[in-house]
Write a protein that binds this ligand. Sequence first.
Ligand code: ATP
Ligand code: MG
Length: 467
Amino acid sequence: MSFNGVDMESVDAILIVDRSGNIVYSVRYNPRFDNSSVQNDFADIINKSFLEIYPELDIEESTIMNCLKYGTPQYLENQIFRDNKGRVYNTQNLTLPIIKRGKISGAIEISRDITKVNEMNEGLKTRKTIHIPVTKKTDNGKNTAKYTFDDIITKNEEMKCNIEKAKMIANSTSPVLVYGETGTGKELFVQSIHNYSKRHNEPFIAQNCAALPENLFESILFGSVKGSFTGALDRPGLFELADGGTLFLDEINSMPNGLQAKLLRVLQDGVIRRIGDSKARKINVRIITAMNKDPIKSVKRGDLREDLFYRLNVVSIKLLPLRKRKEDISLYIPYFIDKYNKKLGKNVSGISKEVKDLFYKYHWPGNVRELQHMIESSINILNSGNIQLKHLPIYLIENTNVDTADTDIKETRPLKQEIESLEKQLIINALKKTSGAITDAADILGIPRQTLHYKMKKYSIRRNTYK
Ligand SMILES: Nc1ncnc2c1ncn2[C@@H]1O[C@H](COP(=O)(O)OP(=O)(O)OP(=O)(O)O)[C@@H](O)[C@H]1O
Ligand SMILES: [Mg+2]
């Protein structure tokens, strides 16, 4: 098979990881380290981080990590790497993102073992590097900021103020914290700030903090010197790579607590030290962070250190969910229809009145990204005319009249209330599943029957409602 520069005759292994890089599935049909004809690695590696199994991989070159980062297909013609048992592989990989409602939720890698053992051993002697990268890589597999403020479409006053504010602070060196639900445009804002600043010709390095295993995070951020830990190489960290430019730390609330303390120190001192290095290096990096949770709630929950929060929040930009700026829906519809008509060579003219009504009623948990994907998928199955209800995914129609809890990021409830409301919802869900059968519901919830009774009374939940 040869298309788009991908040249692959066949494959003999499949690996699936979730969005944090944890291995969900792995099978090899030509195992070289095992007598069987098929090697399922389940017992050994399932649920472990991909980077833990392949500790020497260069994270910047890993097809899996790049696929999770950019959400684009990755192809490597020739990759040599070693697993945590010291076994050496030489493979050809094609990695595709797994997208759920428009969001990267994992990656699948199909690969072909192209090891020629003797050649490879020679190769390893002469080449010190463990990972021999690429030949071909997609254009998107780069750390660049492509969006500018012109890409941010809105007629909502609060969002327009956000754009003005972001422009004003673009040249300052103060940290910026951008928060808003998933798909509200945080990435768009962060990249636009970088591109609007004097640093726009300098590096823009983005890292999702939820996508890194805890044990490797520190060395990726600060770098390492050879021998400082097993598999450590002389390598700069993201701070050094971003020197002179912008370092974007996404989902900062997922950063391990200890590392948050170290990050705070770097922000205060302006110097970093590679792991195992005695030398301090001065860095000039603008830090922008983002999260899709309310920062105050995250501080209360203990996910975000309070001291770091105050440091990061010097400038904060809060993006509104789409359901709080429904006027924007009328801008996005023609904008995305036009975009996908061009991209897919179609001639769709608009949406029917029923679809429009539905779009205004729906609560858009995936925000602008969800609307964009809805339009894209409808245009895929249509050549011209209006998008009708029948072109939309069934979940949209089913979920629109439901009384959905407003997950507005603005409301901050005390933690106890949050937990109670979640507990109540879980009990209701369990009772719905068991049609009101208390013993079964208690089983699902993993609590004694008496406890469930007590809690139902506390929350005034009546089993008859679910019979
Ligand atoms: N204001 C906007 N104007 C035009 N397109 C937008 C806007 N906001 C979001 N989008 C579209 O939605 C997509 C998702 O936006 P973005 O990646 O910035 O979301 P996010 O807030 O970073 O979400 P997540 O928390 O899931 O990472 C963008 O690629 C863009 O196409
Ligand atoms: Mg994002």
